[in-house]
Design a protein around this ligand. Structure first.
Ligand code: PRX
Length: 630
């Protein structure tokens, strides 16, 4: 696959991708291994959300990682694994070794009855086996669904039940900073509510005592004993499912976003190579967790498809101290470093001292993902981590897009602080107003839509295609609606402004306000609740909950109990930062909660609340302002 090297080449490729997408994408696809080539590059129907890329072609994505790379790069390091505890030895897996371990585990999956199309849940720590689990599923044609290991038993059970998974891959426990998390116990609790799971494979990591259920649970190391070290790859149609990844939307229940085999393969690798400008001997590190789309596309699939060396880190940025990220950059001489603004802001709060003993000389490119990066954090990152010499790629994309959509190409597109900048070739972003009119030209602001199909566009929401159509393809005819607001500045550069729907972004984690409200409402003393986001210095957005209760408990007791309920229903990432007990919520005469008012109060902006006299209960606004938690 050819990499774009100059700005004029970028513009040329962009023009070709607009004029003749089939030619543009087939030229890229030609460098992959196909078991059978396609009949047609693209068939697309926005109205019915029906997209077929590389129609009738056959492939296996793992052949494109292994068989395509092995002769040239067999001994090259594929994965460098840095454990939670820096005193524990790292693991270096060459492409050959990763291939062997993937094949061995693929055979183990098959021996447990896993076959093409079966769904397998991966609920694991950030260890190489998590990547091996994903690749082995792909090798045998099973559909993986990775669930972030911080989610609660209830959330895990919901996801297992939604996709009727047959197997769970997990570990005895997880190391995270100075904590040990009893992951297998969470799985056991979840499985009490699931009937589709036939087997569980458990990786030994923390060596803690766990329950192993006879006939259902087996150890990873025992499953791979005596398995052959090669394994035929399943024949996958281009549109066969590769994975499901659950994500939050503005309605209560997380959606299973579906990605298919060929389109995702082409797009994740193309964007990896071009955005990060990866060179053959570079060491690349993305700090995400494989439980999120960033981990899928830019720790595992994108880099490995390009034959890159990708670093996987098990721990957290603050353990054993706040220099940990920078120690790892120096330890492995990382060239491309990709992280989230929330991590930058958290480290920025510790000042420059933690950076003083690190050279960071190896860095060539630094990247940002997951939420808008504010200018202050952008400059801090650019000046102190990138030492003013590394291009900073602010990459905008989503679980549904499968890969980076709007971003500078490192060192090629001029940098502009806090701007994602320009679309990648093949991506046609448009800005629309509430009525769906396209706002052309520069200096315009509105909702961000995408007008062209791209290879890794969401294919469906698992088990509910209508929901996919209504969420993404029916707001604006003939377009994909992103849910984000955007501004095109006077130079034509795009700046993402954040969500325009009832989704909040807490430390780069997407959360539906309705989902958090549903969790809060599970407390038996809660009558009603409303959740909004508010600006938070480190997390980007914090969670502010207004709750009506009928309880004998005092305020502190009920608030603690509500927090515990949310932890149990969703997980610690969703727990409210602020809870205000109120006697009522501002509602329109038709009974709709006026979230605009709640958002303003939570943001400490008591001016311009608008006309509140027409509300059903105008008095409640004063009470809410008086009791606001600042
Ligand atoms: O609001 C945008 C924000 O994250 C949302 C997508 O979240 P998720 O599907 O979890 O994927 C996160 C990682 C790709 C978007 O709708 N977002 C993502 N990247 C950026 C961003 N907001 C601003 N700038 C970004 N670079």
């Amino acid at each position: 696959m050819q990499r774009i090297k100059t700005l004029s080449e970028y513009f040329k490729k962009y023009e070709l991708s607009e004029k003749d997408p089939a030619k543009f994408w087939s030229q890229i696809a030609d460098s992959f291994l196909w078991k059978k080539k396609w009949d047609n590059v693209l068939e697309s129907d926005f109205e019915n959300a029906d997209f077929q890329w590389f129609k009738n072609a056959q492939l296996n994505i793992t052949e494109n990682i292994f068989e395509r790379n092995l002769s040239q790069r067999g001994d090259k390091t594929a994965i460098i694994w840095e454990p939670n505890d820096p005193k524990e030895s790292p693991t270096y897996l060459s492409y050959k070794e990763l291939y062997k371990q993937t094949c061995t585990f693929s055979n183990a999956l098959r021996s447990k009855g896993i076959k093409k199309g079966d769904r397998v849940i991966i609920y694991m720590p950030m260890v190489p086996e998590a990547a091996i689990a994903m690749l082995a599923c792909a090798r045998v044609g099973a559909v993986h669904s990775v669930v972030f290991a911080g989610f609660s038993a209830a959330s895990l059970a919901d996801r297992i039940n939604d996709c009727e998974a047959k197997m769970v891959l997990t570990s005895d426990g997880n190391f995270r900073g100075n904590k040990t998390i009893p992951v297998k116990d969470v799985v056991d609790e979840a499985l009490e509510k699931c009937s589709s799971i036939e087997s569980v494979i458990v990786l030994e990591r923390t060596k803690q005592n766990i329950n192993m259920e006879d006939g259902r649970d087996s150890w990873w190391h025992e499953c791979i004993e005596d398995q052959p070290k090669t394994c035929d790859s399943e024949v996958m149609d281009s549109e066969d499912l590769l994975f499901i990844l659950y994500t939050s939307g503005s309605t209560g229940k997380p959606k299973g976003v579906v990605h298919s085999s060929a389109g995702y393969m082409i797009y994740s690798s193309y964007t990896f190579l071009n955005v990060f400008q990866y060179d053959e001997d570079d060491i690349y590190w993305c700090t995400a967790d494989v439980g999120w789309i960033t981990g899928h596309s830019y720790i595992v699939y994108g880099p490995l498809l390009c034959g890159a060396t990708t670093v996987m880190f098990e721990g957290v940025p603050t353990y054993p101290n706040v220099s940990r990220f920078w120690d790892i950059v120096d330890k492995y001489k990382v060239n491309q470093f990709y992280t989230a603004p929330t991590a930058i802001r958290a480290l920025q709060a510790h000042g420059l001292e933690p950076l003083e003993n690190n050279s960071l000389d190896s860095l060539k490119v630094i990247g940002s993902v997951g939420e808008p990066i504010n200018e202050e954090a952008w400059h801090w990152y650019h000046d102190n981590v990138g030492k003013g010499k590394c291009p900073l790629v602010d990459t905008w994309w989503q679980t549904e897009t499968g890969g980076i959509m709007i971003s500078a190409l490192a060192g090629i597109t001029p940098n502009k602080p806090a701007h994602a900048s320009l679309p990648l070739p093949g991506i046609i972003p448009v800005i629309v107003d509430a009525e769906g009119n396209e706002l052309n030209g520069n200096n315009v602001q509105g909702n961000l839509c995408i007008k062209s199909p791209w290879p890794s566009i969401i294919r469906t929401t698992y088990g509910d295609h209508k929901r996919c159509i209504s969420t993404y393809f029916s707001h604006y005819k003939g377009m994909y609606f992103t849910g984000d607001g955007v501004k095109r500045d006077h130079d034509g550069y795009l700046r993402i402004l954040g969500r325009v729907d009832d989704v909040i972004n807490v430390s780069g984690h997407r959360m539906g306000t309705a989902e958090v409200e549903n969790a809060i409402n599970e407390h038996e003393d809660v009558i009603e609740s409303a959740v909004v986001g508010y600006p938070h210095d480190i997390k980007g957005e914090g969670i502010y909950a207004y709750v009506i209760v009928s309880t004998k408990l005092n305020d502190d007791e009920i608030k603690n109990q509500i927090i515990n309920v949310v932890r149990k229903v969703i997980g610690p990432i969703a727990k409210p930062d602020k809870i205000q007990i109120v006697s009522g919520l501002p509602k329109t005469r038709s009974g709709k909660i006026m979230r605009r008012i709640l958002r303003k109060v939570a943001s400490n902006d008591f001016q311009n609340l608008g006309d509140t006299s027409t509300l059903l209960n105008p008095d409640v606004v004063k009470e809410i302002i008086d009791g606001a938690i600042i």
